[in-house]
Design a protein around this ligand. Sequence first.
Ligand SMILES: [Zn+2]
Length: 118
Amino acid sequence: MHEMSYVVRFVNLALQKAQENRAVRVRSLTVSVGEMTDIVPEYLHKYYPEAVSGTIMEGSALKVEVIPVRIRCAGCGEVYHPEKGNAYACPVCGDSAGEICGGRGMQLTALEMETEDG
Ligand SMILES: [Zn+2]
């Protein structure tokens, strides 16, 4: 399962940010996952406790936001969410030669932490 490596990567990134902010504890980590990726959010949740074990993130909550796919139409420039019902074509002009412009990859979007001075 590649989700474990994603979790480890984001936990490390979060720990680095927490350290930069002199956090003593992390309450929650929020990541956004593109709808186009093959990352399964429930696996992220499954591996998270293991990945944060023994760190200042232990016991924190993982929040996963799924970002919908966006396509920019090659014909008219419309940005839309592809629907199976119309074969993922542009709802404005019917062109299906669009380019994916959102909903890919995974990003760290928020980190809720506690610092020494409260
Ligand atoms: Zn179009």
